[in-house]
Design a protein around this ligand. Structure first.
Ligand SMILES: *[C@@H]1O[C@H](CO)[C@@H](O)[C@H](O)[C@H]1NC(C)=O
Ligand SMILES: *[C@@H]1O[C@H](CO)[C@@H](O)[C@H](O)[C@H]1NC(C)=O
Ligand SMILES: *[C@@H]1O[C@H](CO)[C@@H](O)[C@H](O)[C@H]1NC(C)=O
Ligand SMILES: *[C@@H]1O[C@H](CO)[C@@H](O)[C@H](O)[C@H]1NC(C)=O
Ligand SMILES: *[C@@H]1O[C@H](CO)[C@@H](O)[C@H](O)[C@H]1NC(C)=O
Ligand SMILES: *[C@@H]1O[C@H](CO)[C@@H](O)[C@H](O)[C@H]1NC(C)=O
Ligand SMILES: [Fe+2]
Length: 439
């Protein structure tokens, strides 16, 4: 028996030997930015594995390095996996930033500092023409579009990134180490431009706790739903997941709907809509799609579109609400494909005119862009799409959007499979916004 014991003892030492030097638990990592919705501000969020102070030191590009400093707070996030791993999430909001000025920063504490990054404070003018990259369904494994997005972001091609749900696949896995790894991967984008998010179905484990804890979106809903303004747009981010994970609270569905109604009401006040005529929504699961899976969007009775009547009380859907308040553009993901729709309402096409469907469209325009790349690969289309389907692609890729001015908005689809080729583009032109624009 002695040799067996010796072997066991030896084996039990191996992991210790392999681990070697202990990790630096106070080193900041997973640095990312978000826009708190207040002009002249930017939020910096990062992670450490020991409790440390939360500081950002920053200064204007070309000026004295780290001339200014700001402090914030730390929250302890205990993952619900069996290891109950502890992450300290640090949040610092920088305020009083000069619009359109570029800042150099690092974050951390006297126990450890991040690399040096830079960002440009958002221009707060309503005539600013922001450029976005947007996509959903980007994972840790097979992140096809990531390299291109990293380079383009670092080249300064985007002011903001919108990630329309489904991260990492999945953030909670391996006791949230997959979440850590994903947040490290996107640091190369998200530490340079505000990275604005909404939750998707892949975030659902443990009641979306990885999502709620790791991101810092505006408002008081733990990043689940919120709105903000940029240039001539009011941008609304929602959780479509409230229609599917009733176990986490049917009240969330009603709370969001109520908030959404108020938010749209406010955005439609003549004095508000006059300066921010575009209303753009983003949510993970679409109302319409022509993929050949059995997803909600493939069904006429989509929960997101029409609501649910198997709940008490019945839950209202989003199509009528968005139509009534004259939402111009609805951005979705979830389907691992790209699909552009003709202006659509109630399953019917309402083109602006036959030749120029997107010039003064008579219903909202929908874009589905969930093919950034993840371990689930891409989806397939159903061979017989309905009339509203205008363009479809199963290439990996992402969408670019520029909100040019009060009347013109430009969208294009980049194929990563085709080395960055633009495979689709449209101009949405609106001389008039709001419900009355439909007639
Ligand atoms: C730092 O974090 C590690 C891992 O959570 C923990 O084991 C250690 O006790 C912590 N050290 C201090 C000083 O808090
Ligand atoms: C913000 O954008 C507007 C519109 O393009 C421009 O006129 C203005 O100069 C910009 N502001 C700054 C500080 O660059
Ligand atoms: C899930 O999280 C939301 C947001 O924090 C909370 O309002 C809700 O009560 C939670 N649901 C459950 C079942 O814990
Ligand atoms: C309830 O919803 C189902 C599916 O969405 C639909 O087929 C049915 O007609 C609805 N029933 C009522 C009473 O609205
Ligand atoms: C909408 O416009 C497109 C492009 O001109 C056209 O192919 C389609 O048939 C139109 N749909 C309807 C219902 O008019
Ligand atoms: C808005 O942008 C479009 C496209 O660049 C341009 O043709 C149009 O003149 C602009 N409108 C105004 C009011 O500047
Ligand atoms: Fe999804």
């Amino acid at each position: 028996m002695v040799p067996v014991h010796a072997a066991c003892a030896l084996l039990s030492f191996v992991p210790l030997l392999v681990l070697g030097v202990p990790p630096i638990w106070t080193q900041p990592e997973q640095v990312h930015l978000s826009y708190p919705g207040v002009p002249g501000s930017m939020a910096v969020t990062w992670t450490t594995f020991n409790k440390t102070e939360s500081k950002v030191e920053y200064g204007l590009l070309g000026g004295r390095l780290f001339e200014m400093s700001a402090k914030g707070g730390t929250t302890l996030f205990v993952d619900s996996g069996e290891e109950k791993r502890e992450l300290y999430i640090h949040r610092v909001t920088l305020t009083g930033l000069k619009p359109a000025a570029t800042y150099v920063y690092h974050c951390g504490s006297d126990e450890g500092w991040s690399d040096v990054f830079l960002f440009t404070a958002l221009n707060d003018s309503t005539s600013f023409s922001p450029r976005f990259a947007l996509y959903g369904d980007l994972g840790n494994e097979n992140p096809q579009s990531l390299a291109r997005l990293q380079k383009e972001t670092q080249l300064g091609m985007y002011d903001v990134i919108l990630h329309i749900g489904d991260f990492a696949y999945d953030m909670d896995e391996d006791n949230a180490r997959i979440g850590d790894e994903f947040m490290r991967q996107i640091q190369s984008i998200a530490a340079y431009v505000p990275y604005m998010t909404c939750p998707g179905n892949h975030e659902a484990t443990y009641n979306f706790s990885n999502y709620r804890n790791r991101f810092s979106m505006p408002g008081q809903t733990e990043s689940l739903w919120y709105s903000w303004n940029l240039g001539s747009a009011h941008i609304i981010s929602i959780s479509t997941e409230v229609y599917f994970y009733l176990e986490f609270g049917l009240d969330l569905l009603f709370k969001q709907y109520e908030w959404l109604t108020k938010d749209l009401e406010e955005a439609n006040k003549p004095e508000n809509r006059a300066v921010r005529p575009w209303i753009i929504t983003m949510g993970h699961r679409p109302m319409y799609c022509s993929d050949d899976d059995q997803d909600d969007c493939t069904k006429f009775d989509s929960y997101v579109r029409l609501g649910r009547n198997d709940t008490k009380p019945p839950a209202p859907g989003l199509e009528d609400l968005f139509y009534r308040y004259g939402v111009d553009l609805e951005l979705w993901a979830h389907e691992h494909t790209y699909e552009r729709l003709w202006p659509v309402y109630g399953d019917k096409v309402y083109n602006g005119s036959k030749d120029q469907p997107y010039v003064n469209p008579k219903a909202p325009v929908h874009i589905i862009t969930g093919s950034a790349g993840c371990r689930e690969r891409t989806d397939r289309f159903n061979p017989n799409p309905k009339d509203w389907s205008a363009f479809r692609s199963t290439d990996y890729g992402y969408t670019r959007m520029q909100l040019v001015n009060a009347t013109h908005l430009y969208l294009e689809q980049v194929s990563d499979d085709q080395y960055g080729k633009v495979i689709d583009s449209i101009w949405v032109v609106k001389d008039k916004h709001g419900f009355s624009a439909w007639f």
